[in-house]
Design a binder for this molecule. Structure first.
Ligand SMILES: [Zn+2]
Length: 83
């Protein structure tokens, strides 16, 4: 039997394709984001101008050059069970 040790997980944020999202109707944008569709479009265009093609959902502190989530290593804590 092997001692596997700690399990390492890689967490990835889901992402959207910004150019594709800009083609969606206002109604759909409102379902995806908070705020007014005009502001949402401005925000998405600003992201494109930064050179990003993708936008991750949630707070992502590790975006790759294309804007996609580059992954986060999560170390699972070992749980001690005492009687
Ligand atoms: Zn991320």
């Amino acid at each position: 039997m092997n001692d596997a040790g700690k399990t390492k997980w890689k967490k990835l944020h889901m992402h959207i394709d910004i150019k594709q999202t800009l083609t969606y109707p206002d109604k759909k944008l409102k379902q995806m984001f908070k705020g007014e569709p005009r502001d949402i479009r401005d925000f998405l265009v600003a992201e494109l101008r930064k050179g990003f093609d993708y936008l991750p959902f949630g707070e992502c502190g590790n975006r790759g050059p294309d804007g996609m989530c580059a992954g986060h290593e999560v170390e699972e804590k070992e749980t001690e069970v005492k009687p």
